[in-house]
Design a protein around this ligand. Structure first.
Ligand code: S3P
Ligand code: PEP
Length: 426
């Protein structure tokens, strides 16, 4: 795909009502659970974006059928788990698709080859492969050990006790949990502390419960899933994506504006909703309604000191807010940002520097001095990372002359982002 450039114009006091695309994390999980289910499922308001389409296409290669309609997808599971795919299953740069599908594919019989973009080949999968091997699955990395491409040969999951190291990604644990009900006998899934991005595991568990899967906790780091336990056919409505909402909440925060985003509810299971609490601490006003939330920006944003381990995807958004806040912001405990779509700690520091923002890149975080941003001498680079493109577009609302190079990267999670963002511009 050729690189596109977006020029952003400064705006004061944005005012907008934003309809959010469906949640990426929820859509991935709903598609996978539907493909494992007994009978036809209906998923309303799914996210139709590069990554969720990669998950859907992979499931089709495994024999499931997807019927796409207006804001709905019907999923008809494969007649037998699974049809052996012709050729490799290509997963672009979607970490969620890759880690979750490895375990989901291993619930069936067959030989599967998973691969992706050059960047996906640098994103770790070792811990999920180790766990699958314990469950009787053969896994062979074809390039570097612990990274895609990987061939797996499975005859289903044996069940029993398995431990996973989820310190670099919660997706290893979510993968095992989603696959667990399809094992031949009870699964006891434990994880070593510390774990990264725990709210995504909580989201996995809450969706399993919502669709009718039983499980129980055993201590604080082990879950027991009775198996075999069929996934019932789903009728599921995906709520709006809180991570995508963050860019619009931040637009209100940066411009003393007011933005309403929907559909999301105060009881949302998406961990990134907690960004609103951080934004309140920065001085924003947050008002929840039953189906949406309004954020109003303060006269002056305050700096914060934060452990962002549970909200890694929100770091680029917070970093840009910090650049325009009063004082010194510290973001801690997010070393796992180095294995995302880009090395997000490095890339955020690099792009903030182009804006003249004093920033220090730490092994597991960032320090940012607010209040110094100015027009950059060159374009800002998205580094093939949707969240970098969307977060740095926000800087353009406050300083003149911001151009985002590689604007097409938003297609990964929010293909209509630039059209929706245009609603903020005069
Ligand atoms: O399970 C999920 O849906 C996700 C988990 C998180 O990844 P890590 O657990 O690797 O941090 C997050 O960054 C990603 O965007 C989505
Ligand atoms: C890290 C992300 O996604 P994934 O891990 O699925 O590639 C993201 O969307 O920010």
């Amino acid at each position: 795909m050729s690189k596109t450039i977006k020029k952003i114009e400064p705006v004061s006091r944005v005012k907008a009502r934003i309809r959010l695309p469906g949640s990426k994390s929820v859509t991935h999980r709903a598609l996978l659970m539907a493909a494992l289910a007994q009978g036809e499922s209906q998923i309303k308001n799914p996210l139709v974006a590069e990554d969720t389409l990669l998950t859907a296409k992979a499931l089709e290669q495994l024999g499931a059928e997807m019927q796409w309609g207006e804001q709905i997808v019907r999923v008809i599971p494969a007649q037998k788990r699974w049809k052996e795919p012709h050729g490799p299953i290509f997963l672009g740069n979607s970490g969620t698709s890759t880690r979750l599908l490895l375990a989901v594919a291993a619930t069936g019989t067959g030989e599967f080859l998973f691969d992706g973009s050059p960047r996906l080949r640098e994103r770790p999968i070792g811990p999920i492969l180790e766990a699958l091997k314990t469950l009787g699955v053969q896994c062979q990395c074809l390039g570097q050990e612990g990274y895609p491409p990987v061939k797996i040969i499975s005859r289903g999951l044996a069940g029993g006790e398995v431990w996973v190291d989820a310190g670099q990604s919660s997706q290893f644990l979510s993968a095992l949990l989603i696959a667990s009900p399809c094992a031949r006998k009870e699964m006891r899934v434990g994880w070593h502390e510390p774990i990264a991005s725990f709210p995504y595991v909580a989201l996995t568990l809450s969706m399993m419960e919502e669709v009718g899967i039983e499980y129980r906790w055993s201590g604080t780091n082990r879950i027991i899933v009775p198996a075999p336990q069929p996934y019932p056919a789903l009728k599921y409505t995906v709520e709006g994506d809180c991570s995508s909402a963050s860019y619009f909440w931040a637009a209100a925060a940066l411009t003393q504006g007011e933005v309403y985003t929907h559909p999301i509810s105060p009881g949302s299971s998406q961990g990134d909703c907690r960004l609103l609490e951080v934004m309140e601490n920065m001085g924003c006003r947050v008002q929840w309604e039953e189906e949406g939330v309004t954020v109003s920006g303060p006269e002056r944003l305050k700096a914060v000191d934060l452990d962002m381990n549970k909200m890694p995807d929100m770091v680029p958004t917070i970093a840009v807010l910090a650049a325009f806040a009063e004082g010194h912001t510290r973001i801690r405990n997010v070393a796992h940002l180095r294995v995302k779509e880009s090395d997000r700690l490095h890339v955020v520091a690099m792009e903030l520097s182009k804006l003249g923002v004093p920033v220090r890149e730490l092994p597991d975080g960032l320090e940012i001095d607010g209040g110094h941003a100015h027009t950059p001498d060159t374009g800002l680079e998205a580094h093939d990372d949707h969240r970098i493109a969307m977060a740095f577009a926000l800087a353009g609302l406050c300083v003149k002359g911001v151009e985002i190079h590689g604007a097409e990267s938003v297609a990964k999670s929010f293909p209509t982002f630039w059209d929706v963002f245009a609603q903020l511009q005069p």
